[in-house]
Design a protein around this ligand. Sequence first.
Ligand SMILES: Nc1nc2c(c(=O)[nH]1)N[C@H]1C(S)=C(S)[C@@H](COP(=O)(O)O)O[C@H]1N2
Ligand SMILES: [Mo]
Length: 400
Amino acid sequence: MKGPGTSPPLWPHFSSPLRSTALTARLGAVLGICLAVCFGTGLLSHYQYQPWTWLPEPAAPIWIYRVTQGVHVATGIATIPLLLVKLWSVYPNLFRWPAVRSLPHALERGSVAVLVATALLQLFTGFFNVLNWYPWPWSFVPVHRFLAYVLIGSLLLHIAVKLPDITYGLKTRLVDGDVLTEKPWNENPASYSNNDKMHQPPPSTPAISRRGLLVAASGGIGLVALTSVGQTLTPLEPIGLLAVRQPSTGPQGVPVNRTADQAGVRDLAADPNWQLIVSGPDGYQLSLADIEAMAAAEADLPITCVEGWSVGAHWTGIRLLDVVRRAGGNAGSRVDFVSLEPRGSFNHSTVQGPQLSRALLATHLNGQRLDVDHGYPLRLIAPDRAGVLNTKWLKAVTVR
Ligand SMILES: Nc1nc2c(c(=O)[nH]1)N[C@H]1C(S)=C(S)[C@@H](COP(=O)(O)O)O[C@H]1N2
Ligand SMILES: [Mo]
């Protein structure tokens, strides 16, 4: 706006002295760090789903995926309020007049539109996924992955375009509520918006200072983070308002994402004539009595869901490597697992590389015969592995 009167009638005027380049730059810096951490840990998560054949998933430390995925979900959730505060700090830009000044300006505004839309979509759908609520028709994982690249790409572009404002903003002191000792918002000499006078200075005394705003925002974001990490950190469980899956919500002290009924396997799993079909150069079958008699190996391994919850557990069962060797394979084999579950993408998985030697075909969880919801009669459990790949209700194992 070149001054009052040139914008359309009824066009809103903004006068909050809280908004400033200094504030926006600080919010943006923290937001950028959170998104970078979320993106990096997200790439690791996708790698868990589709590891490269030349770089098989590690087996140690057994808790690494637990940490990276917990951080992924926690930063993703904490970023939602942070993004909302950041958007609040700049949304008067939507009402700048004239709306488009040049082709570069139009492109810049277009890229911000893509950035904001993808960020909101990505963070909210990610959060809904954690809540196991899918109010959309598309498949979550590929879309989440695609949006992540769009988001990071448009974020880098945004940072490049705004670099002068960012450096100016970060250098400027965040003076408490005092717009006079600081250049009014958007009067950044480095930016194209140089001559804009959007505010009618000086505004009234605000009820909260800029520093107070940052403290309040941090408090809110911290609260969101604390109430969601209860799904990983047991001591925080009682305040886990946003933590949907907690150890106490499932049998044998471990949460359940899909029950035997939901998977449609209750009858198949309870069949006394169940047999594990082991295929390979020397294929064979194991009955219920066989697996009970063979279950002598023990391991403490966490189960880590991609949705962010995780819990340490004690497992008893058969060493996968023993089963593989007896079928004519070895530690270098590729082993495919198939569940009794008839449908869905969670009914099969593959183990290859270092995880093979440390994986169990589990019969017991925390000292008890597996609950049917945890995969009775037999399930896979391997170290440092996404929960979704620890196939429950095993039917067949193929050694290649
Ligand atoms: N056959 C089958 N196995 C499965 C699933 C499933 O839906 N079907 N869910 C997976 C997911 S998403 C997780 S997090 C773990 C959870 O194991 P739990 O239910 O014993 O905690 O099992 C995995 N194994
Ligand atoms: Mo999961």
